[in-house]
Design a protein around this ligand. Structure first.
Ligand code: GLN
Length: 310
């Protein structure tokens, strides 16, 4: 029997002493104020057992991890029609890059880069007003996590609104290609509020259960089994921007990162895992989050490439 509680505690302890902690994101001012020594780890197992370590109950800004939930909602709303407006290929570029949009006629590479997530928001706004879409997202993650205490941090949303010039450029550029129907400020307002969701590792790992469980949680179906598999595939290929190949190589599990320093990773059929450490590597992914997940995968043997998943 693998001693999961021991492994989780040991990893959290090792991370406290790590010197190379990356750099905390500063382009969104409230994120710059988060102490770099924070570290949280949460595992929610398929049988419901929960293992926590460090700051696992402290909410942080989930940022781009919300792109997984937004994609899930958009697929629920329009199904595979979504793929006419956003691709399913790794970008090999930074999360906020604009370069491919020119040669690819305003169609973002995938839903997990900023441009792709902005299109996903636009799709949701085809049927809802921004306030309704934001309410739907909040209800969705609360339901997934089984926790009504989850909120959106308005200070973070406002700061993104004030500093989001790149995102504004991406949205306007896509609009010029006809791949954005809504008014830019309304779409971005929705996108920023999604990014500003504040969740703890425990809440995030609970929210990820549907991806671990083939689309259902406690007998309640969230998405079809096929869709859960496909969202996991996208997380594996595109969840860490131009670092996605390295993440797959080192960790071997689907994952999605955010510039708040969080990562949600899924060991299908086994565990939903959330880790948080605010310092980022050069690609904008949590430095220690990745290291912690690498050690967890090594010590448990969890990998989607494992012929006999334990
Ligand atoms: N809100 C951030 C942005 O739009 C999200 C980026 C991220 O988490 N990688 O820049």
């Amino acid at each position: 029997m693998t001693d999961l509680a021991g492994i989780v505690a040991a990893i959290a302890d090792e991370m406290r002493w790590e010197g190379q902690r990356g750099v905390v994101a500063s382009y969104i001012p409230p994120l710059a104020a988060v102490p770099a020594d924070k570290f949280g780890l949460a595992l929610v197992m398929a049988d419901g057992a929960v293992h926590l370590a460090g700051d696992a109950d402290e909410p942080f800004s989930v940022q781009s991890i919300s792109k997984v939930f937004a994609l899930t909602l958009a697929l629920g709303a329009v199904g595979d029609q979504l793929w006419a407006r956003v691709g399913r290929e790794p970008s090999g570029t930074a999360f906020n890059s604009i370069v491919q949009l020119e040669t690819e006629h305003g169609i973002p590479r995938n839903p997990f880069i900023n441009a792709g997530a902005i299109v996903v928001c636009d799709v949701l706004l085809g049927r809802l007003r921004p306030r309704e879409a934001i309410g739907q997202m909040l209800r969705f993650v609360r339901e997934l996590a089984g926790d009504d205490a989850i909120v959106i941090d308005d200070d973070v949303a406002r700061a993104e609104q004030e500093t989001g010039f790149r995102n504004r450029a991406l949205a306007n550029y896509m609009r010029s290609f006809g791949n954005l129907n809504g008014e830019v400020e309304r779409v971005l307002g929705t996108y920023f509020h999604f990014c500003a969701l504040a969740m703890s590792c425990r809440q995030l790992a609970l929210a990820g259960r549907y991806l671990m469980n083939g689309g259902a949680v406690d007998g309640h179906r969230i998405v079809t089994e096929n869709r859960a598999r496909r969202i996991n595939a996208l997380m594996m290929s595109c969840g860490h921007y131009d670092n996605s190949g390295d993440f797959a190589y080192r960790i071997g599990l689907p994952g999605k990162s955010g510039v708040g320093g969080g990562i949600l990773a899924i060991a299908p059929g086994i565990a939903s895992i959330a880790v948080w450490s605010p310092g980022l590597n050069a690609a904008g992914n949590s430095q220690l989050g990745q290291l912690a997940l690498e050690r967890l995968a090594q010590r448990t043997g969890w990998s989607v490439f494992e012929p006999r998943m334990p």
